[in-house]
Design a protein around this ligand. Structure first.
Ligand code: WQD
Length: 340
């Protein structure tokens, strides 16, 4: 298929572009490079030994999106472009609603104008808010409590209404848990601008002596070791979930009664912060100094998925281990440390 991948130069986007190329899809990336740079494009092409189409721009540029869809004869869209920093969203909610919600509307309008109605949407477990039960399945109530989570929730509601309005749409909504790790080559990975807010890139920078120690946000949660538990999933497993979503969309036996489906994309296993530190130290032969500090505003004690629906309906399952996640993360950081 000719796939338009918005945000395809970002962390998840670059890994998804690779998976698509490896499966023989024609890939066109639309990215405004607000949180990434063009060297990633060269890495994708060198790893895959394949060419892809790149358009620098924003999904908010409706005419550009329409031209891109027509120019590259797009069959389906994987929409990853968006802002994703919870803390920033609290300080600047309008920026998140404009970029994420208005951006999605602009993209959907362009798709409609071009008569393209196949979409995979990048949502987030953040739409569930504080877990009411664990593991979280897709029936869990959605109750986001920050503008980032709200933006993803609002887009999901828009997609539900669009799918209901016209049966020609086929939409897969993927709720990601905690993506970590990097491509085996170490050439692409999670390389956030500024001080990392997420755990793994911060640990990477401690390992590379760019930070003196890790602050462990809270040691008094009602968990086995008192630190927060999350469902970490290797970014390559997450990327492959998008291929499975495209296959569901493209399933010739379409005589199913639904044209939109939502899936949790996680491993179903929860690890604490101290579990991550220990695994990272052991597999990489490193020491990660840390200090237990106060809880971070908005954090929950534990959040992990029930991925059964994705396993059974999409035929997708996370295959990579925590060791794979920690080893690949450091492998990427090591190579970057040499670059710097
Ligand atoms: C993980 C655990 C922290 C940093 C966020 C978004 C979510 C998704 C993934 C986009 C928690 C602890 C962290 C640190 C720490 N993003 N931690 N020290 O908050 O679960 O999810 O990223 O879709 O939407 O909300 O991920 O990596 O920030 O935190 O102790 O320096 O690590 O308290 O327990 P989170 P995270």
């Amino acid at each position: 298929m000719n796939v338009l991948l918005t945000g395809g130069i970002g962390y998840l986007g670059s890994h998804t572009a690779l998976s698509l190329l490896e499966q023989g899809h024609e890939v066109t990336i639309l990215d405004n490079l607000s949180n990434s740079n063009l060297t990633v494009l060269q890495c994708i092409e060198s790893i895959s030994s394949k060419q892809l189409n790149f358009v620098r721009g924003d999904v908010l540029e409706n005419a550009l999106v329409k031209n891109t869809i027509n120019q590259f004869k797009i069959d389906a869209v994987i929409h990853l472009a968006g802002l994703k920093a919870v803390g920033e969203s609290v300080l600047n909610p309008l920026k998140y609603y404009e970029n994420n919600v208005q951006g999605a509307i602009s993209l959907l309008d362009a798709m409609l104008s071009c008569n393209i109605r196949s979409l995979v949407f990048s949502s987030s477990a953040t739409v569930y808010g504080a877990p009411q039960y664990l593991p979280i399945n897709e029936e869990h109530p959605t109750n986001p409590y920050n503008p980032y989570g709200n933006s993803k929730f609002f887009i999901e509601q828009i997609l539900i209404d669009i799918a209901r309005s016209n049966k020609d749409w086929t939409i897969v909504n993927l709720r990601y848990f905690n993506p970590v790790g990097s491509h085996a080559s170490g050439l692409i990975g999670d390389n956030p601008n500024g001080i990392p807010s997420n755990l793994m890139p911060y640990i990477n920078q401690v390992a590379a002596n760019q930070r003196p120690f890790l602050n462990v946000f809270g040691g008094d949660y009602e968990t086995l070791d008192g630190t927060g538990i999350r469902d970490y999933i290797h970014v390559e497993d997450l990327s492959e979930a998008h291929l499975a979503a495209l296959s569901w969309i493209d399933d010739p036996d379409k005589n199913r009664d639904i044209n939109m489906n939502t899936f949790n994309i996680g491993t179903g296993v929860g690890y604490s912060v101290l579990d991550i530190i220990q695994a990272y130290e052991q597999i990489n032969g490193l020491k990660i100094p840390y200090k237990i500090t106060a809880r971070r505003e908005g954090d929950v004690a534990a959040c992990y998925s029930d991925p059964t629906k994705a396993n059974t309906v999409l035929g997708w399952k996370a295959l990579r281990t925590l060791e794979d996640m920690c080893k690949s993360a450091w492998n990427f950081q090591k190579l970057r440390a040499i670059d710097i």
